[in-house]
Design a protein around this ligand. Structure first.
Ligand SMILES: Cc1cc2nc3c(=O)[nH]c(=O)nc-3n(C[C@H](O)[C@H](O)[C@H](O)COP(=O)(O)O)c2cc1C
Length: 349
């Protein structure tokens, strides 16, 4: 294990790091103060500190944490409190809370707010869009869109106890006939939210069908605060197209970033050699952060796709049982790329 040999920041910001995108200066998303309008969406089980740092280093304007249980924060559950940690180089940082009890949500926000400066995030995001049963059956996540007055109380009470900017992530609505995003977002703005993110699917859709970006555009037209659009963005080009078409201030990218985090970088897609380097950096950071190999190997394998032999590489990586095996498999891929390039007379970037 590499932990302790060098500071975490050095693992990522060493000499071989790709340079981040130059700050793109667009008046509209400067309302949010981000260096890029392409943001990493909150992804439970994925948008942890190592992955967020990697995406930020590639140029993502902001990376939102996995949803964190407000109740578990109140109980000071260790695993949950660990989820509040982030790297200084991640800033700006957004930590997402979920829960349905205004008092508990406010207490959790007050706890975060009372942390030492270096541990305080720049944003507290309130999850009002998660459709997972475990969450909605307790009235949290997108279920709050069905109880707007409770949602409003939560936003107001959280805003009252913290000076950290509060944002809210919602969906297009409950179902096809009850698409209440515009009204709900206006309520959030009135209650004190500093920005609203809209995933263009309804609760009923879960993850099926397609995100409806006309809802994002409608919310943008109705609000004065910044609006972040989200749903089904598959590439960097598509991200800028969605920004343009919907008029929103920034876009959040979720699933596509798990396969291709380079969409945050101006290159959009990276050569295979760079992907291997990125996977090795992810491995180093995740191990230094104490993460287990089993879920990690799946995540690293996901970076290899859509080229001849990629499924074979994924199988090899997923079969690795230890850090040593995983590192060796990645080094073998790197060597094969170098040899192939030498045979073809290509220059390795
Ligand atoms: C594995 C997974 C975990 C997610 N976890 C969260 C979460 O913790 N909080 C949240 O607000 N949304 C969560 N989402 C929803 C995403 O943030 C995003 O809204 C959704 O995936 C649509 O964006 P995409 O098409 O770019 O993936 C999750 C989605 C996935 C696939």
């Amino acid at each position: 294990m590499r932990a302790g040999k060098e500071p975490l920041s050095a693992l990522l910001f060493g000499s071989e790091q790709m340079s981040p995108s130059p700050a793109i200066v667009l008046e509209k998303f400067n309302m949010l103060g981000f260096s890029s309008p392409l943001l990493l969406a909150p992804l439970a089980g994925y948008s942890d500190a190592p992955f967020r740092l990697l995406c930020r280093s590639l140029g993502a304007g902001l990376c939102v944490s996995e949803m964190i249980s407000a109740q578990a924060i109140i109980y000071r559950q260790k695993k949950t409190c660990d989820m509040l940690r982030f790297f200084a180089a991640e800033r700006p940082v957004s930590l997402q809370l979920f829960g349905a009890d205004p008092g508990i949500m406010a207490e959790a926000a007050a706890f975060i707010s009372g942390l030492a400066n270096e541990a305080r995030p720049d944003f507290i995001d309130l999850n009002m869009g998660c459709p997972v049963k475990k969450v909605t059956k307790k009235g949290a996540g997108v279920a709050l869109m069905a109880t707007p007055s409770l949602a409003e109380t939560i936003i107001r009470q959280v805003c009252q106890v913290t000076d950290i900017a509060v944002t809210v992530k919602i969906r297009a609505g409950i179902n096809a006939t009850d698409r209440g995003a515009v009204e709900f977002a206006k309520m959030a703005e009135g209650a004190g939210a500093k920005a609203v993110a809209v995933h263009g699917r309804t609760w009923a859709q879960q993850f099926s069908g397609q995100a409806d970006w006309s809802v994002v555009a409608a919310v943008k037209r109705a609000l004065r605060i910044p609006v972040i659009g989200n749903g089904d963005i598959a590439s960097r080009d598509e991200a800028f197209l969605r920004l343009d078409e919907s008029g929103c201030d920034a876009v959040m990218i979720g699933r596509a970033a798990l396969k291709n985090p380079f969409l945050f970088h101006e290159c959009g897609e990276a050569p295979l050699a760079e992907i291997v380097r990125f996977a090795l950096r992810h491995l180093d950071l995740a191990l230094a952060y104490g993460q287990a190999i089993a879920p990690l190997r799946m995540r690293l394998a996901a970076y290899f796709h859509d080229f001849r032999g990629s499924s074979q590489i994924r199988c090899q990586l997923v079969a690795c049982a230890t850090e040593t095996e995983l590192r060796a498999a990645l080094m073998t891929i790197a060597k094969a790329i170098t040899e192939t390039a030498a045979v073809n007379g290509a220059v390795i970037s």
